[in-house]
Design a protein around this ligand. Structure first.
Ligand code: GLY
Length: 335
């Protein structure tokens, strides 16, 4: 059988052969499928997050409650420097957090560049449920959170401050592909590893959550894909859900998660849809794509799921009645 991924890598320059590869994909890819309920999420920290979400789902709970509970785990993890409470700051030393959430009815809420609040995913849910708006940003998001009972606190930890000061010595932007890599060191590198989580509950309803501290050492005010509905996360309960991780700018440029869901609507499996979305990013900026990571994760109404990334090293966690701690190596364009 033709190895489709090797095939694409070898022939990326040829439009004719890429079209042929698409046909091969349609013929050969077997979707991974789970029983319901199920929750999936990005990266190895998704395993612990999934277990919290599973606590909701296993008792017949709602997917929305599951993804909020799950996303709060890496947000609270003091060792996680790319999500939530202990996220690395921007180049001026501000920890600014981004998150969004979306439910099975198409309701959504988001906060962007919010400071001093440890759980942006819960504020995003409150924006969804308590306001007529979708997104609150900056000081307004913090003000809204405090008015709704969240505690204002300093998020910059001594460890994050040390890493930031180390970075300031050179103050260079130098992409790191996956911050999980063993060779990732503090200093003149930045990371963007986000948790994106999708749950399908026992009623067959889908919800999703996405939360991050964004690119470390970013410009103050920079907002990535994670709080942008359609970019970092999208759910359409008729079709499925998708979420992303990696360099948010490229995801926004391609409205990545919406694209994945629309491709599933047109008949692609979650795996095929993630691959196509990654290919679009590479096709538009092939030189940029060699230096960065972007990964997509998707699930459809049948419980089929899939993932694909530009670079090797992406992983995602799957949790259902059979197994609560599965971590899967995501397939990638570059090997
Ligand atoms: N994907 C996270 C970010 O770019 O901020």
């Amino acid at each position: 059988m033709l190895n489709r991924r090797k095939f694409i890598t070898l022939t990326a320059a040829s439009a004719y052969l890429t079209t042929l590869a698409d046909k091969v994909l349609a013929q050969t890819t077997e979707p991974l499928k789970s029983t319901l309920p199920v929750v999936i999420s990005t990266w190895d920290f998704g395993v612990a997050a999934n277990q919290a979400a599973w606590g909701v789902l296993k008792n017949g709970g709602r997917a929305l409650d599951a993804v909020e509970a799950g996303a709060r785990i890496p947000e609270a993890d003091m060792k996680n420097h790319s999500v939530g409470r202990a996220g690395y700051p921007d180049r001026d030393g501000h920890v600014t957090l981004d998150a969004c959430i979306m439910d099975e009815q198409g309701n959504c809420g988001s906060v962007a560049a919010m400071e001093n609040i440890a759980h942006p995913i819960s504020v995003a849910r409150m924006v969804m449920e308590k306001t007529p708006h979708v997104m609150l940003a900056g000081d307004g998001a913090t003000q809204f959170a405090v008015e709704h009972g969240f505690t204002k606190e300093t998020l910059l930890t001594p460890e994050s401050e040390k890493a930031w000061k180390e970075w300031l010595k050179t103050a260079k932007y130098a992409p790191v592909i996956n911050s999980e890599n063993k060779d990732y060191k503090l200093g003149n590198k930045y990371n963007h590893d986000t948790i994106g989580m999708l749950a399908l509950d026992s009623k067959g309803n889908i919800s999703g959550a996405c939360t991050t501290s964004g690119m470390a050492w970013k410009l103050h005010g920079r907002v990535g894909d994670s709080p942008i509905i359609g970019a970092g996360l999208y759910v359409d309960n008729e079709v499925g859900g998708a979420t992303s991780t990696g360099v948010g700018e490229e995801v926004i440029r391609n409205v990545g998660s919406f694209l994945v869901v629309e491709l599933m609507r047109q008949g692609h499996s979650p795996q095929q849809a993630c691959e196509e979305a990654v290919k679009r990013i590479i096709k538009k900026k092939p030189e940029t794509a060699k230096q960065i990571q972007v990964g997509f994760l998707a699930i459809n109404k049948k419980g089929e799921y899939g993932a694909f990334a530009i670079q090797e090293g992406f992983s995602y966690a799957v949790c259902n009645a059979e197994k609560q701690d599965t971590l899967i190596k995501g397939e990638s364009f570059y090997k």
